[in-house]
Ligand binder design. Structure first.
Ligand code: NAD
Length: 434
């Protein structure tokens, strides 16, 4: 059993802290958001993540995980301090490190014993050295510490599983002993462990996310070409994916990537590259294609309906992907804003992100707890997030509720010929021309 402090109790910090507790370690989670900490102390989850509530409750009852706003409490006994605060996009496209700075300073001022500081947040290359500088500067008296980069690869919606069964653990440090100590924390997971230097570890995270985003934009570009030439991108992707050199993952054409990671990480990498004299043309194209994917909804609806003014559209799915309530950089937000700007009345449903949507969209759209109700008297429906429950609807019921049987399937979850046979006007992404 080791003693761990996790700074920042968001999607990454809460999952990391709870999973380490579940592996038998003693964990204190620190966050500056007092409301969040209060909720967690009362057993109420601040986020939706499958399986998390039960795991937090079990480990809290066993006394292995605690929640506090106090760095002093968190650092009192800690041998390891994980930084898992947000690194949002800054105004120039760079990663904004203000929360990392505050966390590093908080650790420096509160640490009572030697500690290994581990950066789990996604941070620009060179941040590990910068964190070490800040800690040295703000320590009231010198106490030994080392900095390790340990980027996180979990995905919202399957975060616990991803943490417990990772493809790899990446550790970077200028102090091999420190990296080896952190490796021990993960040993029971039996995952490959890549130990490297700080900067390389930081780059592995950005390069991985940029590569996955590139696959998404690649298949989306192929999807537009398929549409122009009458091929079906869904079958193209299946045919490509069986090639072992290619694989099936991240080859789903649709409305593009969103969320709290890919958009800001690709942008931050492009920014880093540019300010260091590189010319990141591919990354720029990836972002450009991603922006255009969302705009296609408006283009295609206009092509079909002419003016969209005073039309009614039902939007199914608001979260940036299924199994999460996270709406950061969600395609639904861009699409809904564009529909509203065209004068459309928008009716929406999402299985778990409605509370979050109400914060972001207020009363500019109408919310429905039942997705069929979001389609009643609408001139068409747009599937934005591929929640499982939207995959096999009662199409006859859908058709009877819609004023016009128009389906814009932004995630290619329906069979085009089946819907056309049922009398729908169907548009997918890259599945036949408009
Ligand atoms: P989040 O916004 O959900 O959580 C961040 C938390 O940090 C918030 O609760 C906030 O109150 C807290 N915080 C901010 N400043 C603090 C401070 N000074 N001290 C203590 N707490 C503070 O963020 P997230 O989605 O968990 O992401 C965290 C990091 O992990 C980011 O760098 C992100 O890029 C990276 N990451 C995220 C994911 C993901 O799927 N969300 C996956 C891999 C990596």
């Amino acid at each position: 059993m080791r003693t761990i402090c996790v700074i920042g109790v968001g999607y990454v910090g809460l999952v990391t802290g709870t999973c380490f507790a579940d592996l038998g370690h003693q964990v204190t989670c620190v966050d500056v958001d007092a409301v969040k900490i209060e909720k967690l102390c009362a057993g109420v989850m601040p986020i939706y993540e499958p399986g998390l509530e039960e795991m937090v409750r079990r480990n809290a009852q066993a006394g292995r995980v605690h929640f506090t706003t106090s760095y002093e409490e968190g650092l009192a006994e800690a041998e390891f301090a994980f930084i898992a605060v947000g690194t949002p996009q800054g105004s120039g496209g760079e990663a904004d490190l203000k929360y990392v700075r505050e966390a590093a300073r908080g650790i420096a001022e509160a640490m009572q014993r030697p500690v290994v500081i581990i950066n789990k947040s996604t941070v620009p290359i060179g941040t590990g050295d910068w964190v070490a500088d800040i800690v040295r500067r703000y320590q009231p008296q010198p106490i030994d510490f080392s900095v390790v980069s340990n980027p996180e690869f979990l995905r919202e919606g399957s975060a616990i599983n991803d943490f417990l069964f990772p493809d790899r653990i990446v550790l970077g440090s200028l102090h091999p002993d420190a990296a080896a100590q952190v490796a021990q924390l993960y040993l029971s997971l039996r995952a490959p462990i890549v130990i490297t230097d700080l900067r390389t570890a930081e780059m592995i995270k950005y390069a991985s996310n940029a590569f996955l985003a590139t696959r998404v934009s690649f298949i989306n570009e192929i999807s537009s070409i398929c549409e122009a030439l009458g091929a079906d991108v869904k079958e193209v992707a299946v045919g490509m994916g069986y090639d072992k050199r290619i694989g099936h993952a991240f080859l789903e054409a649709g409305l593009g990537y969103g969320g709290s990671c890919f958009p800001k990480d690709v942008q931050a990498l492009a920014h880093m590259a540019a300010v260091h004299g590189c010319h990141p043309q591919l990354l720029r194209a990836v972002m450009d294609i991603n922006r255009d994917q969302r705009r296609q909804v408006i283009h295609k609806l206009r092509a079909l309906m002419g003016t969209l003014d005073e039309k009614v559209i039902g939007v199914l799915g608001l979260a940036f992907k299924p199994n999460t309530d996270d709406m950061r950089e969600a395609p639904a937000l861009t699409i809904i804003e564009a529909l509203l700007a065209e004068g459309v009345s928008v009716k929406v449903h999402d299985p778990v992100a409605m509370t979050e949507a109400k914060h972001r969209l207020g009363d500019r759209v109408t919310y429905f707890d039942n997705y069929y109700e979001a389609l009643r008297d609408a001139d068409g429906l747009v599937v934005v997030t591929e929640w499982n429950e939207f995959r096999r609807p009662d199409f006859e019921r859908m058709k009877s509720l819609l004023r016009q049987a128009v389906v814009f399937d932004g995630r290619n979850i329906y069979d085009p010929s089946r819907l056309r046979d049922l009398g729908f006007t169907y548009y997918g992404m890259g599945r036949g021309g408009v």
